[in-house]
Unconditional design. Structure first.
Length: 332
């Protein structure tokens, strides 16, 4: 027997094999649903279950992991220059990699806590983030829509394609396929006659956090480590370092690294409204003693001219997703 599944109310029932691959009206809500081969459908459900179990197990590990004392190494020993795959390595999560950063903060009487898993690229978070940042001008609104739907604790996203051009629709469809390939969404359906896409999002905390903003951190992190590798730069870098100052104040840094002269660089990531946070970042820069040229606020979607104008007005440096690496490369 085949299986009928309603895309609206999720009603499931058996039906004849002769209807596999076709659509039918749901007997409960009267909306249309798809008819699947039973074995293929169960196989897909099993794969999704195993994926969610893996992600939940990883999350449990992260919550129970604690940092131990680190052996302090010199900056030039931070990362061995080797033939590693940027998108499939745990080299950046090794304690001897980020030990120089812990030492730098200790010298300023600041306690820095680093979760090694924040730099482990052996999943699909980094690949998805690079795709999202590279094509942000077109798919930025889709990313924001997913983020909004998740914030309301819904799992279905409806994308109306009629307001986009043919080229934009092509890019959006490719994005949805990538999300499905990387298992960030459980299912996507393109209803061609209505020009609508339905996405079913994975209801997993790590996936929610990714769309809520961590994807931007991943984008910047991978861009930087790629630049380091291509230029034989042996630099320690961390993502999501948690700081505790002597007065017990706490801050979290999106991206932090040291250059070969032991000079600190900090990059914070934002999208949407950011103006109310400009003074907060300036105060953080002062507390850390980082030069304006080395403290960057990367605002995704911000126009180049606006970023340049705001940089002259405020005591931090503003860039966007396309000018970030232009700026970094000019400093090295």
């Amino acid at each position: 027997m085949a299986i009928f599944k309603c895309n609206a109310c999720h009603h499931i029932q058996e039906t004849s094999n002769q209807y596999i691959g076709k659509k039918a009206q749901c007997p409960k809500c009267k909306e249309k649903g798809d008819i699947y081969n039973t074995i293929s459908y169960i196989k897909e459900l099993t794969e999704q279950y195993l994926l969610q179990k893996k992600l939940l197990d990883q999350q449990a590990e992260e919550q129970t992991s604690t940092e131990t004392d680190l052996d302090v190494l010199e900056i030039h020993d931070a990362i061995p220059i080797d033939n590693y795959d940027i998108h499939n390595t745990d080299i950046f999560s090794k304690k001897d990699h980020f030990a120089p950063i812990i030492k730098w903060f200790n010298q300023k009487y600041i306690q820095a806590t680093v979760d090694p898993k924040m730099m482990d690229t052996r999943g699909y978070f980094d690949e998805a983030a690079i795709y999202m940042g590279t094509h942000y001008k077109i798919i930025g609104s889709i990313i924001q829509q997913i983020k909004y739907i998740q914030s309301k604790n819904y799992t279905t996203v409806k994308i109306v394609l009629s307001k986009y051009s043919k080229e934009e629709i092509k890019q959006i469809l490719d994005f949805c396929k990538k999300l499905h390939q990387f298992t960030f969404i459980a299912r996507y359906t393109h209803v061609k006659k209505d020009n609508i896409i339905y996405l079913t999002i994975q209801d997993i905390p790590r996936i929610k956090n990714f769309f809520s903003g961590m994807w931007m951190e991943w984008f910047v992190f991978v861009k930087l480590v790629t630049f380091f590798k291509n230029n034989d730069l042996n630099l320690p870098i961390v993502r999501g370092a948690e700081l505790t100052f002597q007065n017990k104040e706490k801050n979290e840094l999106d991206i932090f690294f040291l250059n070969n002269q032991d000079a600190p660089f900090c990059i914070e990531c934002k999208t949407g409204e950011f103006r109310q946070d400009l003074n907060k970042y300036f105060e953080l820069r002062k507390k850390l003693g980082i030069k304006k040229e080395h403290f960057l606020l990367c605002v995704f979607g911000l126009e180049r001219e606006q970023a340049e104008s705001l940089t002259t007005m405020y005591e931090i440096t503003l860039v966007n997703e396309t000018t970030l690496m232009e700026y970094i490369e000019a400093l090295f």
